[in-house]
Design a protein around this ligand. Sequence first.
Ligand SMILES: [Zn+2]
Length: 313
Amino acid sequence: MFGPVEDYPRDLAEFEGRFSTEDACRRYLVQLRWPEGFRCPRCGHVKAWPVRSIWFQCAACAHQTSVTAGTIFQDTQPPLSTWFRAMWWVTNQKTGVSALGLQRALGLRSYKTAWAWLHKLRRAMVRPGRDRLTGRVEVDETYLGGTHPGRRGRQTETKALVAVAVEVERRQLGRIRLRRLPDASGPSLLQFVQDAVERGSLVHTDGWVGYDPLRRHGFKHRLTFLEGQSKSPSQLMPHVHQVVSLLKRWLLGTHHGAVTHEHLDYYLDEFTFRFNRRRSRSRGKLFFRLVQQAVAVDPAPYESLVKYARFPS
Ligand SMILES: [Zn+2]
C-alpha cells in the first residue's frame, strides 16, 4: 500500500532546511499522496493540469482538487509548514506529547487549538480499515485513570475501561490495538475483537463470560481461567499485561496520569502508533509515516467502512 521511496529528513537541521516554505511542504505531500503520480479522486484519470500551483485540474473530467483535499489538512487555517512542525515535533518526542507541550513548542496562542491539532493527527495515527492483528492474539481489559480496580462490567466515573489486544509471535510482542469500551459486556468485547483481530485467529483470553461469543463468530478461542490458579494473571497472560504496564507507565510518566476520558482516546492512539513502530530506529521515519497516513485518504470512505464492518467471506 505504500510507495517504494522512503524519503524523510534525518534531523532537525535537515527538516528545517527542507520544509520552510508552503511549496516545499505541498510537494512533499504530493509525493506521499500520489507516489505513482497524480490520480483523479473522481474518475481515476492520471493526467492533470496545475492551477495556480495549488490545484490540480483533471484532464479527463475537469474536476479540481488539491493535495490536501479530503485529508486532515483540508480547510485548516494555519500554513502547512506549521502542520509539518507539529508532526515533526509529535514524532520526535520519544515519550509522547501533551496539548500543552505542543502549544509551547509551536508558540500557539490557544491551548484549544493545540488540543484540536492533536486530535486531528490522531486520525492519521490510526486509520479505520487498517490491517487486523493475526496469528495468536492475547486480549484483555484494564481500567485506567484510577488507583483502585473497578468492578468488571461497569464503567465508573473516574476510571475508563480499555480493551487491549496484542499479537504474540514466538513469545515476542507484535502489534497492538487499544480501545476505550463502554463496558465489558459480550457485545462490546466482540465488537472490539472483530475490529482488531482477523477472523480465524487464535484469541487468548481469561475466562470472563463476555468473551464467550468469540467462538461463535469465527475465532479460535483459548481460555485461561484465572480463578483457582496459583499463578497470577500477569503470569498466565504475560504479553497483554506487559503492554498494559507499559501503557500505564507511559501515561504516568508523560502525562502524570492526568488524562481525562475525553483525551484518553488520543493517547491510546498515540501509544499504539509509537508502540507498533518501536523498532524503527529513525524518528524521521515516524514523521514520514505520519505524513504519509495523513494524506492516505480513502477514495470511497463509506463503502470501505461498510466493508470494514462485514466479515470477509
Ligand atoms: Zn477526473
